[in-house]
Design a protein around this ligand. Structure first.
Ligand code: ADP
Ligand code: MG
Length: 322
């Protein structure tokens, strides 16, 4: 039974890549590293009831379990190449595997990423994906390179995914317009778009970079800690979608943007003299970017309201479902 499922996964996720010498089917995968590249690896696990709601569509889980990993590669400035998948399933559910592999393949196909192996076992539903990508030597983006005076930028909009999670818990809306806005937020939760092209474009330009998985405050906090600096953030500057503002208002959308996780935008630092170049580079690949903060001497992220007074924070970090 298990082998039929694995065959199906192989059929659905096969990507022709010359560097895959031996993929799914043997005891291990054999992969050829491109000359003059460093290997970047990341792994992320999603557990039912902790990272996603029971009953989430299999295709959405396939997409997202890869997306969150591609987002880690993006934050490192790496070009995706290979993945491995550890599936833990309560039962040998062919429909689930089919849907999962389809969602996974939809995203993998965009990056010519090949699934080269994995493991399939029985147990509580749990999806673990590992990804491998390449960077030119010494060019990986890290959390440790931010310097005092750097500008802090963020791609896209913040807070949508956590609002999507709340929307799934709340009773449905009658108003068709508001229901459509809500759906756009739910889509951000279930089908995040990793900023792979932006991460690659930021090589040699950004001094530090993270992806926003735990929430802006937590993740910008990681840059501050890693780089031994502080950040002054102006809350009113935070980019928020029209849907988030309309459904949650100015104050609440601000809190969601500061604390909401599962967002998968990139937050990065740039020396002031390079901001214009970064702006045009990201504009060239259609990636929106907003300046949100400045790196300062000190520690931690200090959030100010538009009038300069300290901004109250009511939501901190990612809240798990359970
Ligand atoms: P072994 O017992 O040698 O570890 P398995 O029977 O677990 O091998 O797996 C057989 C082949 O199928 C291996 O190449 C493995 O990488 C692959 N495989 C198993 N499960 C998955 C999965 N969920 N996704 C992708 N490949 C898988
Ligand atoms: Mg074996």
């Amino acid at each position: 039974m298990e082998f039929r499922l694995i065959d199906r996964i192989r059929e659905l996720t096969g990507q022709p890549r010359d560097d895959v010498k031996l993929g799914i089917g043997d005891d291990g995968a054999v992969l050829a590293m491109p000359a003059g590249r460093e290997l970047v690896m990341a792994i992320d696990t999603m557990v039912e009831g902790t990272h996603f709601l029971p009953g989430t569509a299999a295709a959405d889980l396939g997409w997202k379990s890869l997306a969150v990993n591609l987002s880690d590669l993006a934050a490192m400035g790496a070009e995706p190449a290979w993945a491995m998948l550890a599936l833990t399933l309560p039962r040998a559910d062919a429909d689930f595997v089919e849907g999962f592999a389809e969602g996974f393949a939809q995203l993998a196909g965009r990056y010519r990423l090949a699934l080269v192996g994995g493991d399939t076992t029985g147990g509580p539903l749990c999806l673990s994906v590992a990804v491998h990508g390449f960077v030119p030597p010494g060019q990986a983006l890290t959390r440790t390179g931010a310097r005092i005076g750097d500008e802090v930028m963020v791609t896209g909009t913040l807070g949508d995914a956590v609002a999507g999670l709340f929307a799934l818990r709340d009773p449905p809306l009658d108003d068709a317009h508001r229901a459509a806005l809500r759906q756009s937020l739910v889509d951000r939760l279930t089908r995040p778009e990793p900023r792979v092209a932006a991460g690659i474009a930021l090589r040699g330009l950004a001094t530090a970079c993270v992806d926003i998985s735990d929430g802006l405050l937590a993740d910008l906090g990681h840059i501050c800690e890693g780089s031994r600096v502080g950040a002054e953030l102006e809350a009113s500057q935070l980019p928020r979608s029209a849907a988030l503002r309309e459904l949650h208002g100015d104050d609440e959308s601000l809190q969601l943007a500061l604390g909401g996780g599962d967002n998968y935008e990139l937050c990065f630092t740039v020396p002031p003299e390079r901001v214009a170049q970064v702006q045009s580079t990201l504009a060239g690949i259609g990636c929106p970017m907003t300046r949100i903060a400045r790196i300062v001497d000190g520690a931690g992220v200090h959030v100010r309201a538009a009038d300069g007074s300290p901004q109250a924070i009511t939501m901190k970090g990612w809240e798990h479902f359970a």
